[in-house]
Design a protein. Structure first.
Lengths: 346, 274, 305
């Protein structure tokens, strides 16, 4: 009962926000993945600046895009993946960033400053980066399954395989396995991937949506396609779980911070982004979420257990075979979606 | 009560009811049990703790979302009841050109896929009828409330119509002959008969609103988060026992409130009879 | 009361059993206006208008990532009736039909038990059936996952009996299980309402005349309760057809339902015109089915549903 009353009174409370020296309300609406932030980051920001951060959650970047497509309902900072930075940029849905308000940008490693999806980082700053690979249960799998073959093209682990259901990724990684690049996948190559996956389908247990690590930990599957950070999180609780990046190479991603057009509090948004790039703050976030960080200054503060963890930071040889994908036009996106529907309906 | 129709007294039906009850409640029991699980993930038991309830009651965002959900449900139920009853009375009482069309239109909210409606409202309220985003609470919940009413008043109409079908027109005729006005007829004769239908319709509308996810997802913004939307985002990433704790509280609350309402109603009827 | 008045009353009463006995709207325009205006305004302004927008989109195409041009193109519908999508609609209808059947089989005895229980027990039983419905759908589905998975409750119980872990999750069985779990109250309530209105004396008469319980049910109860049964079937089947959270989480690789495809169009595929076309195609088909069923019912001479 008390909770309900508290809820009702709290709901009525957000109509009266004090305004700061910059004329903006002392708050920031942050649209982010769940638990993709340090345990005390938001509270610390409030303590340091007096600005409250309200974090709203989305389940995947497509939801983010769908929500923003008809207009910004009030978000100040969002966390799209690199390809969505491209989409948002060409649809004129994000604001150019004022680098003077983000001095901590100098903490970012040089590799992440001039990227193809946002040259010079005019619209985004990197938050994390991710490597797609295979999470597996060591006791149920022979040795280290370091090839995509075990999930795409083999019945060795029939009935115990989990695949990612996100459209573009599955086609692109399939192409990588067959020897092509993740970019510019031709219709002929797409066809080959579709046929291969339709053949593989009887052996696949489930198409998951980014909860692969939970399925692996629960024992529903023994080998699953997932991001390194997610698997690193369950590895902390369960030493029987391993992660490997297949030798054919893989898809790399980077989640970035952007300010959507129509953000009600752009100045506070810049301050928040700058705060997240601070070395100690970024290190604290990485300690919680266990994803690799593009922040060099933060990296220097992290313990060896993090920096030298091959799951979080795959060795250079592996990284050399990783590629970033990108948005390749509406027609291509439609074709890929239909290809995935075909696989899932077969 | 042990006549030939006392089916409940017979063991096959009792057994059936028991099995169905088990089927319905076992997952909920597991839900409640795992809300006391001492682990970040919900499905492997690691020990007993009540810390998730502490986390829950300190999670102001979740509580706010819950407050929003309740407010939306209450307001939209009231509006749905009014609109649903009006249209049920309309269809029951009058013949008019286009009546079959109206009946068909009323079936639409039940048939349209929710995701389609959600996107429709999203586009409508941003392109055609922009709803200002900086209104005070609870006006900023307006879009969600309107959306909820739009899909739930058909259900209310359905339930009330079913109840109206058993109403004896002659009673209203008699009252009219005796000089009662329309308003009096409605208030003193029809309303009491309709009451069970209104309660059932209201409960249905309340539930539909409280639990709605898809349509609310598209019509809510960062300042108007509701409970299902918040829970959805939380569980997409990984299910922590905090969500179980929130559900347990919700179940206990709802069960408690309804039991209370029933007790009050039965003591009221007992008083009237006695 | 004079004799003529009571005669006319009796005459009108026998009329009302057959004719609809509604007034023409002209008879009391004031009341008509009050009853009609608010719901109709709301229906047109806040329901049909947004829906018409999306209907327009189904005839449009994406000209950029955010702009949709409504140009009367039938491309989306042409794509929607490709065998790939029709097959998915067919399979979804099959799963939904199976769900409805299971709900009917499980729900009918439950409704009977409640309808013939003591009045006080009746309310509590109805409450017990409705209560799970008040839990958040997503959470209920996760709870079902905990019950059905390899290390879940059911398999643990089987394990104690020495039986191997069964594959109860991530397949069509789990989807039907989940859909039945969610939609059972939708079936029980109309069934209960129909049975409640039944004239008990008919059943008792049939039993007195020597028919067994089963025969009585088959030949007296079911035909009389038919409108309620049909209501229950309709309000179970249609939401089951459009369900997407449950098949998404519980389904395996062979349990793709049409609502999941539609959802993808509005989210990851970013193809709103095609999503709109698929949704409306589904609606047209559902309407056709309902109309067909209504026509058949009328031809049979039964009461209109």
């Amino acid at each position: 009962m008390a909770g309900m009353a508290a809820g009702l009174t709290l709901s009525g409370c957000d109509s009266a926000w004090p305004r700061g020296a910059n004329g903006e309300e002392m708050r920031v609406n942050f649209y982010n993945w769940d638990t993709y932030i340090g345990e005390t980051t938001l509270a610390d920001f409030k303590a340091a600046t007096g600005i409250s951060v309200q974090m709203s959650l989305f389940g995947n970047t497509d939801e983010l895009f769908a929500r923003l497509k008809a207009g910004n309902p009030g978000f100040d900072v969002i966390v799209p993946a690199n390809e969505f930075v491209t989409r948002l940029r060409i649809s004129d849905m994000i604001e150019p960033l004022d680098h003077r308000k983000i001095p901590n940008l100098r903490n970012i490693l040089p590799d992440f400053i001039d990227v193809p999806y946002d040259p010079g980082r005019r619209f985004s700053v990197p938050y994390t980066w991710l490597v797609l690979g295979l999470g597996y249960r060591k006791s149920k799998v022979d040795g280290v399954p370091d090839s995509w073959k075990w999930v795409f093209d083999s019945d060795r682990y029939a009935g115990r395989i989990g695949l990612f259901a996100e459209s573009d990724d599955i086609i692109r990684v399939g192409a990588k396995y067959l020897g092509a690049s993740v970019r510019g996948v031709t219709p002929a190559m797409t066809r080959r991937v579709v046929d291969m996956l339709i053949r593989q389908k009887p052996h696949i247990k489930v198409f998951h949506h980014d909860e692969g690590q939970d399925l692996l930990a629960a024992g529903d599957v023994d080998i699953v396609v997932e991001y390194n950070g997610d698997i690193a999180q369950v590895m902390a609780d369960d030493p029987d779980i391993g992660f490997v990046v297949p030798r054919e190479g893989t898809l790399l991603n980077s989640d970035c911070l952007c300010i959507p057009k129509g953000a009600p509090r752009p100045d506070n948004a810049h301050r928040f982004i700058n705060y997240l790039l601070d070395a100690r703050v970024s290190a604290a976030i990485s300690r919680t979420i266990r994803y690799p960080t593009p922040n060099g200054a933060a990296l220097a503060l992290m313990p060896d257990a993090y920096r030298l963890n091959p799951v979080i930071f795959p060795p250079a040889a592996v990284m050399a075979r990783g590629e970033y994908g990108d948005f390749e036009g509406i027609a291509r996106a439609q074709a890929v979606d239909e290809a995935v529907t075909e696989i899932m309906a077969a | 009560m042990n006549g030939p129709l006392d089916y409940l007294g017979r063991w096959p039906l009792r057994l059936w009811l028991g099995v169905v009850g088990l089927f319905l409640y076992a997952p909920l029991a597991i839900l409640v049990i795992f809300s006391f699980n001492d682990s970040k993930r919900t499905f492997i038991w690691r020990g007993f703790t009540t810390r998730w309830y502490t986390v829950l009651f300190n999670d102001t965002e979740l509580l706010m979302a819950f407050g929003n959900s309740l407010t939306i449900a209450l307001i939209s139920t009231l509006i749905s009841l009014v609109l649903g009853t009006l249209v049920a009375l309309l269809l029951w009482r009058f013949r008019f050109p286009g009546k079959a069309g109206v009946e068909g239109l009323l079936a639409l909210p039940i048939v349209v896929p929710e995701i389609c409606l959600g996107v429709a409202f999203l586009v409508f309220f941003s392109a055609v009828l922009p709803w200002p985003t900086d209104l005070a609470w609870p006006l900023n919940l307006g879009v969600i409330i309107i959306a909820h009413v739009s899909f739930s008043f058909s259900f209310v109409a359905l339930v009330v119509r079913a109840r109206l079908a058993s109403f004896d027109r002659d009673l209203a005729e008699a009252a009219r002959d005796l000089g009662a006005s329309e308003a009096q007829i409605f208030r003193d004769i029809m309303l009491p008969h309709l009451r069970p239908g209104l309660v059932a319709g209201g409960l249905l509308a309340f539930t539909l609103s409280l639990d709605d996810f898809v349509i609310t997802f598209f019509t809510s913004g960062p300042d108007t988060v509701t409970f299902p939307v918040k829970v959805y985002a939380m569980v997409r990433f990984s299910v922590t026992p905090e969500v179980n704790a929130a559900s347990t509280v919700l179940i206990v609350l709802t069960a408690g409130l309804t039991a209370l309402a029933l007790k009050l109603q039965s003591s009221e009827t007992a008083k009237k009879a006695g | 009361m004079t004799a003529s008045r009571s005669d006319s009353w009796r005459a009108s009463r026998s009329d009302s059993w057959r004719a609809s006995h509604s007034d023409s709207w002209r008879a009391s325009r004031g009341v008509f206006a009050i009853l009609a205006a608010p719901p109709m305004l709301w229906l047109f302004g806040f329901f049909l208008a947004p829906l018409a927008l999306i209907w327009g989109y189904s005839f449009g195409e994406n000209v950029s990532l955010t702009q949709i041009a409504v140009n009367g193109s039938l491309g989306n519908y042409a794509r929607a009736i490709k065998p790939l999508y029709l097959a998915i609609i067919g399979e979804s209808a099959g799963l939904a039909a199976l769900t409805t059947l299971v709900c009917l089989i499980i729900g009918f005895p439950v409704a009977v038990a409640i309808a013939f229980a003591a009045p006080r027990a009746r309310v509590w039983l109805l409450l017990l059936i409705m209560l799970p419905f008040w839990t958040n759908l997503l959470i209920r589905t996760y709870a079902l996952m905990a019950v059905l998975r390899h290390e879940g409750t059911i398999n643990t119980l089987f394990g104690w009996l020495g039986l191997g872990p069964f594959d109860l999750l991530h397949n069509s069985f789990a989807v039907v299980f989940g859909l039945v779990y969610v939609h059972l109250p939708f079936m029980v309530l109309p069934l209960y309402a129909a049975l409640d209105r039944l004239d008990r004396s008919l059943i008792e008469a049939s039993l007195d005349l020597g028919a067994g319980h089963i025969a009585t049910f088959a030949r007296i109860v079911v035909p009389l309760a038919l409108p309620g049964i049909v209501s229950g079937i309709i309000i179970t089947f249609i939401p089951a057809l459009g369900a997407y959270l449950t098949p998404d989480l519980l389904g395996g690789t062979n349990s793709l339902m049409i609502a999941n495809i539609i959802e993808r169009q509005f989210k990851s595929a970013n193809d709103w015109p095609f999503g709109a076309a698929l949704s409306f195609l589904l609606m047209y088909l559902t309407f056709a089915a309902i109309t067909l069923q209504a026509l058949l019912a009328r031809r049979q001479g039964g009461p209109p549903v």
